[in-house]
Design a protein. Structure first.
Length: 365
């Protein structure tokens, strides 16, 4: 498979961002216990989900019996409130006769392994579940509509009174840290679509409802303080930069974009809000940036790190370590994040992750 072909796989998968795992915090009580240690899940093209725990040194250690053969093409893994449940989005499953994407819910055990339902039946339509920061609400972006849910204590998703919000968009819903706003990219219209979130969890259009991006926006991220946002545009190899106003709308910075590597696919912002990292698949690079006080991305003194077809990057919630999925190498590279934001390989640098890993999800404490 060529790197250009791989890019189309990434577009489907990340629709990932960055995706991917929700850092939701919920007040719900549950009989299930959350993982005692932070768990890392790596998704491969073959339908496997491999589970690892993070050692104090930052190295990944495979969890015994932590590899699951899902029996479908995994589109996404979303981590629910309190990290008690994971929501697996699949297509073309041997467990389901249709080719429509569906989601099933599984329990995260205390050691981080995933306990799958014995029935193998799908719970919901869609692929990616996005959770509000308080853990009360969940959203699933579908073609021309967004499904709206309230999260129950047992992890089930109950449709809101207005369960369907009709809207366009091609990526998962990204929730603002305040929980008041939400966004999705539309890689056909080359825009970000902007929504407000009411106290009952229902969505509404902001004004303006859209903001322009570069060509084929693929993934984006918001800084932890909610002040800035960055969108990776895969067709013109740029990153759009925005300030987020108090009304939740995006306002382009000056400059409104920077040039990046070829076939950029994923973006991760450091928990401190000081640094950002972008994967460049065609260039085999991780691009490293400092986030200035104005929100503009500035290359670090070591502007990039060489790796092998990096399809995903995730940062540990402590901000000390970063993990990169190397598609053709079948590995995850492990890095320590220095005080200046630069990535330094751990020893060993790589851990085996299965055939063609394409996503990394972290379930923190």
């Amino acid at each position: 498979m060529s790197k250009s072909s791989l890019l189309f796989i990434i577009i489907v998968i990340t629709s990932s961002v960055t995706i991917l795992a929700a850092k939701a915090i919920s007040n719900h009580k549950s009989k299930h216990s959350r993982p005692k240690q932070a768990a890392v899940y790596v998704v491969t093209d073959t339908g496997n989900v491999r589970a690892f725990r993070i050692k104090p040194t930052g190295l990944l250690s495979p969890i015994k019996s932590g590899t699951e053969e899902i029996g479908c093409k995994v589109e996404a893994v979303s981590i629910g409130p309190n990290r008690h449940f994971a929501y697996i989005g699949c297509v073309n499953s041997s467990l389901d006769s249709t080719s429509q994407p569906f989601i099933f819910r599984c329990v995260i055990s205390s050691n981080g392994t995933l306990k799958f339902p014995s029935s193998g039946l799908s719970d919901y339509e869609g692929a990616v579940v996005s959770f509000s920061p308080n853990g009360n609400f969940a959203y699933v972006n579908m073609p021309q509509r967004i499904m709206q849910y309230r999260v129950q204590p047992d992890g089930k998703l109950k449709p809101l009174a207005a369960s369907v919000f009709f809207a366009q968009g091609s990526g998962p819903l990204i929730i603002h840290p305040s929980g008041r706003f939400a966004y999705t990219v539309d890689n056909k219209a080359n825009v970000v679509r902007q929504y407000g979130i009411a106290s009952d969890g229902s969505l509404r259009f902001l004004s303006p409802a859209i903001v322009k991006t570069g060509k084929t926006p693929l993934a984006f991220a918001i800084t932890p303080n909610g002040n800035f946002s960055y969108v990776v545009n895969v067709s013109d190899n740029t990153i759009s930069q925005y300030r987020i106003t108090s009304q939740g709308t995006f306002k382009p910075l000056i400059p409104s974009f920077i040039h990046a590597g070829k076939s950029t696919s994923q973006l991760a912002v450091h928990p401190s809000g000081k640094f950002a990292y972008v994967t460049s698949v065609a260039d085999d690079l991780i691009l490293q940036y400092r986030i200035s006080a104005s929100g503009a991305l500035m290359p670090l003194s070591t502007a990039n790190i060489h790796t092998n077809t990096p399809t995903a990057i995730k940062i540990n919630p402590t901000g000390r370590f970063a993990y990169v999925a190397n598609y053709y190498k079948g590995s995850v590279s492990q890095y320590r994040i220095q005080s200046d934001g630069e990535l330094r390989p751990l020893t060993p640098k790589d851990v085996f992750a299965g055939i063609k890993p394409n996503q990394i999800i972290i379930a923190s404490h």
